[in-house]
Design a protein around this ligand. Structure first.
Ligand code: SF4
Length: 60
């Protein structure tokens, strides 16, 4: 699953990294980033995307 974060809209709540730490982490600037080369379960990635309060995680 391809995953992207529109970081400009991220509020750094940390929810995605909590739900799917294999793929998302909070970077030094306090915003979420996709871990390069990371592989996580599609279910968890989808759950993180659905849980994002500002809807900035995009998957396809
Ligand atoms: S859940 Fe959304 S707003 Fe929260 S850290 Fe992740 S990308 Fe940012």
């Amino acid at each position: 699953m391809k995953v992207e974060i529109d970081r400009e809209g991220c509020i750094g709540c940390g929810l995605c990294a909590e739900i799917c730490p294999e793929v998302f982490r909070i970077a030094e600037d306090g915003l979420s980033t996709v871990i390069p080369g990371a592989g996580g379960s599609d279910d968890k990635i989808a759950e993180a995307a659905e849980s994002c309060p500002v809807d900035v995680i995009h998957t396809d």
